[in-house]
Design a protein around this ligand. Structure first.
Ligand code: SF4
Ligand code: SF4
Ligand code: SF4
Length: 242
């Protein structure tokens, strides 16, 4: 699992899986297309598909800057600095019992979500396993993707007022709007989702939430979303030196 610590400032750093990581974080115009490709690739992960199969092997939701599981395996020393610095308590050591995953830091939206304007764990990681990110870079980094099962949502199922997911979503990916019945219910635009987990954290449905987030094989830059101004978009283009 351990390996030479990658250079802190480089994105992506060298080391095992670097070539693949590099492909995940390349120039923005390419990444917009890559992001769409990733969404298409997530078709297998429809709520129905995931539920029908008992939430089978979706990639784990990794802390920002991990980039890929292979890279985390290569560089994480299990010091758990990220676990300690996260202000939301969103990073937890893996408790799945899978031998290769023991203690690996994962995002767990049941415990907390990744705060939109925070980059603390990426700056604190002493091994460079979480690549340093600016807040601006973080705004564009897609960690995972949300899944909504509308028939389990209490708004749809019981006519109860809710919308907690939409209130907490930082990008507007989940929002309230007219559903098939004409009444307002949560709707999900995955193209805007960055996988922060806020929706899952907020959802009050028990025992299984009605909206949840799974990871991606490679963290990717997302397409620009409504929270991002054109000026910020241009700044972003210059911010990534590759
Ligand atoms: S960026 Fe901040 S909120 Fe998100 S996982 Fe890291 S420390 Fe936690
Ligand atoms: S839909 Fe959920 S995971 Fe996606 S950006 Fe919104 S709150 Fe975050
Ligand atoms: S938080 Fe959960 S129950 Fe509430 S509107 Fe969103 S999906 Fe439905």
């Amino acid at each position: 699992m351990d390996g030479a610590a990658p250079a802190r400032a480089a994105i992506p750093p060298g080391g095992t899986g670097a070539a693949q990581d590099r492909r995940t974080l390349v120039r923005r115009d390419f990444l917009r297309k890559a992001g769409l490709g990733a969404l298409a690739g997530c078709a297998f992960a429809t709520p129905e598909g995931l539920r029908a199969r008992g939430l089978p092997a979706a990639p784990p939701l990794l802390p920002p800057g991990a980039l890929s599981l292979a890279r985390l395996h290569a560089h994480c020393t299990l010091c758990h600095t990220c676990v300690r610095v996260c202000p939301n308590g969103a990073i937890v050591p893996d408790r799945s019992g899978r031998p290769q995953m023991i203690g690996k830091p994962l995002l767990d939206p049941r415990e907390g979500f990744c705060q939109y304007d925070c980059v603390e764990c990426t700056l604190a990681c002493p091994a460079g396993a979480l690549t340093d990110l600016s807040v601006l870079q973080k705004h564009f980094l897609r960690l995972g993707v949300a899944h909504l099962e509308r028939l389990e949502c209490i708004v749809v199922r019981n006519g109860t007022s809710c919308g907690a997911c939409a209130e907490l979503c930082p990008t507007g990916a989940v929002y309230m709007g007219p559903g098939p019945s004409g009444a307002d219910e949560p709707l999900l635009d995955r193209s805007l989702c960055i996988g922060c987990g806020a929706c899952q954290y907020a959802c009050p449905v028990k025992p299984s939430v009605a909206i949840w987030v799974t990871g991606l094989a490679y963290q990717q830059l997302s397409a620009a979303h409504p929270r991002v101004s054109h000026a910020e978009d241009e700044e972003m283009a210059e911010d990534f030196p590759f």
